[in-house]
Design a protein. Structure first.
Length: 308
């Protein structure tokens, strides 16, 4: 049984669609994070980046399936771009909408008149230059780092929290970006690495139950698959509903691939019904190998491994 390897094929149209989806998702999620933080004054440290990364990864995975992107590397890079974009939009919005808006309100309150954008920028840059020796968006980030902020637990208002200031703020921002980017990238790459039938030009379908065997036969079954003794491996299986713990064999195929397609096989360990310990082995069987597998299964009715 050979390990499945993605073809790394991606069309220009598929790449463009995935990239557009990453930009749209990144901009939308970054804007939502800013809106929740600025207007509702609610932000869950680390949890929001994880949630944003998971949502972005899920959207990109759908894009991968729709565009038939079979390159985990390309999907991973696009996922990273999406993750970085989320917090780029979040911080840019915090500066241009939040910070500049707050300063504008203070300016009007003190000067009694509405400043032009040029006047507001000149005033902000003057203050930032005096405070952190820099201007614009970069100066704003440095000002936030200089002033610092505190991370508190929502479950305990009496907690003093963790105070972050200076370089610790930049490190914290880096951790947030890393979390959201890696979540999005790994989910997108995983989707692109799913089995795909190049001849039928479609993804393999969901895993379907094929057969099972007693968990005690694990070593023998895995050795038979490793050695290419597929008929022997099939003979260890049964379609009967046997006791747990057991090993279920699931298969994945395409609807229009016919019998000439390779079959994706998964060996799943179950401690009890509905409780899986995960996939312990998976890979591809050629049509001839799967035919041997089937012949072995047809002989399994007399196999003493199965007891009620």
């Amino acid at each position: 049984m050979q390990k499945y390897r993605a073809s790394n094929h991606v069309s220009f149209g598929g790449f463009l669609l995935l990239l557009v989806l990453a930009v749209v998702a990144g901009a939308a999620l970054g804007g939502i994070l800013f809106a929740v933080d600025y207007y509702i004054h609610f932000y869950l440290v680390l949890m929001f980046p994880i949630l944003a990364g998971a949502i972005a990864g899920g959207l990109l995975a759908r894009g991968v399936y729709s565009a038939k992107v079979r390159s985990p590397f390309v999907a991973f890079i696009v996922g990273l771009v999406c993750g970085v974009l989320i917090f780029a939009v979040y911080h840019v919005a915090s500066y241009y909408v939040g910070f500049r808006g707050d300063v504008r309100a203070i300016y009007v309150e003190n000067a009694g008149e509405e400043p032009t954008d040029a006047e507001l920028t000149e005033f902000i840059d003057f203050v930032l230059e005096d405070e952190v020796n820099d201007t614009g968006f970069v100066g704003y980030l440095k000002l936030i780092a200089k002033d610092g902020f505190s991370i508190t637990r929502t479950a305990s208002s009496s907690s003093s929290g963790i105070d972050l200031q200076g370089n610790a703020v930049f490190i914290y921002w880096g951790v947030e970006i890393l979390i959201v980017a890696l979540f999005a990238a790994f989910m997108a790459a995983r989707a692109a690495g799913e089995p795909f039938n190049e001849d039928a030009n479609e993804w393999y379908g969901p895993a379907l139950f094929y057969a099972t065997t007693n968990a005690k036969a694990r070593k023998e079954l895995l050795n038979a698959l490793k050695d290419g003794s597929f008929q022997q491996a099939g003979a260890m299986l049964t379609t009967q509903d046997i006791k747990y713990p057991r090993l279920d064999v699931n298969i994945r195929r395409t609807a229009d691939g016919g019998n000439s397609q390779d079959t994706y096989v998964q060996i799943v360990h179950f401690q009890r019904r509905g409780r899986s310990s995960g996939v312990i082995k998976q890979g591809m069987l050629t049509p001839s190998e799967f035919e041997s597998f089937q012949r072995g299964l047809a002989q399994s009715s007399s196999n003493p491994t199965f007891t009620s």
